[in-house]
Ligand binder design. Structure first.
Ligand SMILES: C[S@@+](CC[C@H](N)C(=O)[O-])C[C@H]1O[C@@H](n2cnc3c(N)ncnc32)[C@H](O)[C@@H]1O
Length: 245
């Protein structure tokens, strides 16, 4: 990828990379791993089988790609992300002497979600976990269309994204924590400005119904958005229609 095509968040994620997984685990009390596992369970059910090939966009330090490689031993797994520093952490983890051999099969590449460097109709499952809100707003529809292009008919696209709880009281508390608590806490370990931006990007993310509409506009059969942990996180799922539909 050429330098001038890099998304504006690359510098931010370069600073955050060394502490990213630690801060995720602490700030979600370990729920983040459960959310990713649930996403993969649901992808497998919606596909109706294990995928032959899977692509994790915005893979970051590679958590989802490693989960895919572990649970689907015969699947070709590719993880892409525009931030080289995040991919360095992913590659280092996959290459450690004691890590499962499954991790070494993962292919890591630099790339953005709105321009996927993968042939048409070549993948069964495409995921993007906590990365869709980092795709520039004007590019999100294009990213959904790109996921549709690379999926085989019947393939599944899953967006896992932080959001706001449905219950009003919880939502108020959560908003407050996002604005003031989260950046202050994360700022003890990583640049605070990065977490100010991340918190704001959660607050600015479209309502679940609008994400579903975007998937439909791209050509997916869009499922009802599914809240996890009272709506702290949402799963959006689209299935590429089969040719005979
Ligand atoms: C919060 S991290 C998520 C990492 C990982 N998927 C996870 O589950 O923890 C967001 C990632 O989105 C990536 N990103 C930013 N802009 C992007 C874009 N336009 N396309 C794809 N990924 C992007 C960042 O580099 C970063 O690694």
């Amino acid at each position: 990828m050429e330098q001038n095509q890099k998304p504006h968040t690359v510098a931010l994620f370069t600073e955050v990379a060394p502490k990213y997984e630690f801060l995720n685990a602490v700030m979600t009390a370990g729920l983040d791993r459960r959310w990713r596992q649930s996403m993969l369970n649901i992808c497998e059910s919606a596909l109706g089988r294990r995928p032959d090939s899977a692509l994790d966009l915005a893979t970051g330090t590679g958590d989802v790609a490693r989960m895919m490689a572990t649970r689907w031993p015969n699947t070709k797994v590719v993880g892409t992300d525009p931030t080289a520093a995040m991919l360095v952490v992913a590659k280092n983890k996959a290459g450690l002497p004691k890590t499962p051999l499954a991790f070494r099969r993962i292919e890591w590449r630099e790339g953005v979600a709105e321009r996927i460097d993968v042939p048409n109709e070549s993948v069964d499952v495409v995921t993007i976990a906590f990365g869709f809100r980092n795709v520039a707003e004007a590019q999100r529809q294009k990213a959904a269309e790109e996921a549709l292009r690379v999926l085989r008919p019947g393939g599944v696209f899953a967006i896992l994204e932080l959001g706001l709880p449905r219950a009003k009281i919880l939502r108020g508390v959560y908003r407050f924590l996002l604005r003031y608590g989260m950046p202050r806490f994360a700022g003890l370990f990583a640049p605070r400005a990065a977490y100010d931006y991340l918190a704001q990007s959660i607050l600015d993310f479209p309502m679940p119904e609008n994400v579903k509409k975007m998937l439909s506009r791209a050509g997916f059969l869009a499922f009802a958005p599914r809240p996890m942990s009272s709506g702290m996180t949402w799963l959006y799922l689209g299935k590429k229609p089969n040719r005979d539909v």
